[in-house]
Design a protein around this ligand. Structure first.
Ligand code: PLP
Length: 451
């Protein structure tokens, strides 16, 4: 903060360009333009190095659910730093924050998801899942039951394992992914791919691709299916109501483990504690990160069923991260969950934020550029289209119009992300109706400027 408070923006941008390689960025292009530098944040607003106040309708990368600047979070972190800044959990030791957080997650997670393996991020947690499901079946005497099925356009992280589980071809193109034994079926994206089918028929057909793939590989070779209850980075793809029940039925029929990647959907984003509850499934494993700590500290994990834990706990799983269950991160996550409960954040979402957001989005949906409103709880996307009725794509497909709109948002002090030509919305869960009005006014300006 000493640096950001004292150097002018242009100098910070020059240092950034000279020394900082940004993730998922063409750094030369960014250097020519200069990064927007965020210096502080409070509630739903970011402040940049020029003093602009920007409404963050993406909570950065879908994570700062509590909003920025909750003082209790910093106090808990400082206390834990002083008491026990770090200790590992590898060598027959444990510590209070990891024990307390694992116990709390077992209480919050549905059904028999009672056991937590910690990681530092969502990518690491999905790498854990990949190795855990294969090890689980090997322990049960079926080492050949090792293939994993995922979806095209899914995002599960960017490490080699989690990036392979994900289905984004532009990620696969770099660095030798996907690794062997991972397969991708179609995504339940009716808006883009449903053609003339009803959403229900399309959802069922896409789910049945799982059964076809299992039969093609042989059920005795398939360890698990992984999916986000609602695909986030893929464009907030809300599956038709027929999709998830059929996926779960197929997993059960062929003894294939069901992994729900709750990294975005978990911790209130869809209006329930977990997205699995919103779409009505009972997974064997849930991946968690982001909203677990509202992004205040890097932490993720896998919550697994009694059955999986019983098998895994009988062997030594040669897997783990230095920062698995990091005490400061665990204490911060625990405080995040405490605040969520104390402030009845789920009640606020259901009774106040969701109705206001959905009404605002419905209004934005009337804009001539907006094709439809995809929304579940507090996550949404607005696909931009030249023609609503036919769900047409722009000739310049590839996100040029979405990028323009994002730039107009930024110029109007609003953060909305674009995925291709879809505008993405994931506001702080604490957002008020008045702040949603500000969001809607700025989004309208950006849509008008793009039109
Ligand atoms: N899974 C999902 C559904 C995600 O959206 C993300 C990140 O956006 C990840 C996993 C990866 O998490 P991380 O970036 O913490 O590694």
């Amino acid at each position: 903060s000493t640096i950001t408070n004292h150097l002018p923006t242009a100098e910070l941008q020059a240092l950034d360009a000279a020394h900082h390689m940004h993730p998922f960025t063409t750094n030369d292009e960014l250097a020519a333009k200069g990064a927007r530098i965020i210096t502080r944040a409070s509630g739903v607003y970011l402040t940049d190095s020029d003093g602009n106040e920007i409404l963050d309708a993406m909570v950065s990368l879908w994570c700062v659910n509590l909003g920025y600047g909750k003082p209790e979070m910093g106090q808990v972190a400082a206390r834990q730093m002083n008491e026990l800044p770090y200790y590992n959990t590898f060598f027959q030791t444990s510590h209070v924050p990891a024990i307390a957080l694992a116990s709390k997650l077992a209480e919050l997670a549905p059904g028999d998801l009672n056991h937590v393996f910690f990681a530092g991020s969502g990518s690491e947690a999905n790498d854990t899942n990949l190795r855990m499901v294969r090890t689980y079946w090997a322990q049960k005497g079926q080492p050949e039951k090792s293939h994993i099925i995922s979806r095209k356009n899914a995002y599960h992280g960017s490490s080699v394992g989690s990036g392979s589980l994900g289905g984004m071809t532009y990620i696969h193109e770099q660095g030798g992914m996907p690794i062997p034994g991972i397969h991708h079926i179609g995504q339940p994206d009716w808006w883009s791919e449903g053609g003339d089918q009803t959403p229900e028929a399309f959802g069922l057909a896409r789910a049945q691709e799982l059964e076809e793939k299992i039969l093609e590989l042989g059920a005795e070779k398939v360890a698990a299916f992984i999916g986000e209850p609602i695909q986030g980075a893929g464009g907030v793809v809300i599956p038709p109501s027929t999709y998830w029940p059929e996926i779960e039925r197929i997993c059960r029929k062929y003894d294939v483990l069901l992994i729900a990647d709750e990294v975005i959907c978990g911790f209130g984003r869809t209006g329930n504690w977990f997205g699995s509850q919103t779409v009505g499934i009972s997974p064997d494993i849930m991946t968690i990160a982001k909203g677990l700590s509202s992004g205040y500290a890097p932490i993720g994990g896998s919550i697994v069923s009694d059955e999986i834990a019983a098998v895994m706990n009988a062997c030594e799983f040669n897997h783990g991260y230095t920062y698995s269950g990091h005490p400061v991160c665990a204490a911060v996550a625990l405080e995040n969950l405490r605040i969520m409960e104390e402030e009845d954040l789920l009640g606020h979402i259901r009774n106040t934020a969701m109705p206001a957001l959905h009404a605002a989005l419905e209004k934005l949906g009337e804009h001539p550029l907006v094709g439809t409103v995809n929304v579940s709880g507090m996550m949404a996307s607005l696909p931009l289209t030249p023609h609503k009725e036919s769900r047409a794509k722009f000739a310049s497909d590839g996100g040029t119009v979405g990028y323009m709109c994002r730039e107009h948002c930024f110029a109007n002090n609003l953060v909305m992300r674009h995925v291709g030509d879809r505008m993405i919305i994931s506001p702080p869960l604490v957002i008020t109706p008045e702040e949603i009005d500000v969001f809607a006014a700025r989004a309208t300006l950006a849509l008008d400027a793009t039109y």
